[in-house]
Design a protein. Structure first.
Length: 153
């Protein structure tokens, strides 16, 4: 008795290469190039409202390129960037603790307090560059938030 189900020919031949993730992303970019942003989306560099501009384009105010596709969001301001960096608290505790330990370590020389101060100083030195960069991004984000609030009022 013949089978009613027949196997479909394979779409991938022996020499075919499966499309890569970049191919899918490029096709997605081409799909969104002609579409316009309907809601309020802001440039991540200057805070300009990108409403009615294409999803993938350049900011008309500062010239920074952006990609406002829902899953990409590169060069676009995200409100999470306006939160104070949490590592600043750790950094301030390390600096303060190191200061207290160093101050107390030299009254009568106490090697354990001196060692603790050196360790906290090391943690502070490692953390300062990261927190400095995070603080810069935070201040830039706050400036964008102020601009957005000025334009909305």
């Amino acid at each position: 008795m013949p089978s009613s189900f027949s196997a479909a020919p394979s779409a991938v031949g022996t020499n075919a290469v499966a499309p890569s993730e970049k191919d899918y992303e490029r096709q997605s970019d081409e799909t969104f190039t002609d579409r316009l942003i309907r809601g309020s989306v802001y440039c991540g560099t200057c805070g300009y409202n990108l409403r009615t501009l294409p999803y993938i384009y350049q900011c008309p105010e500062c010239g920074a390129s952006y990609n406002a596709r829902p899953l990409t969001m590169k060069g676009v301001f995200l409100p999470q960037q306006a939160e104070m960096p949490r590592g600043m608290i750790f950094l301030l505790c390390c600096i303060g603790g190191a200061g207290v330990l160093f101050f107390d370590a030299f009254k009568p020389l106490d090697i354990w307090r001196l060692l603790g101060g050196i360790i906290l100083t090391f943690f502070s030195a490692v953390e300062i560059p990261r927190q400095w960069k995070a603080l810069g991004l935070y201040l830039k984000a706050k400036a964008i938030v102020r601009r957005i609030e000025r334009e909305e009022s």
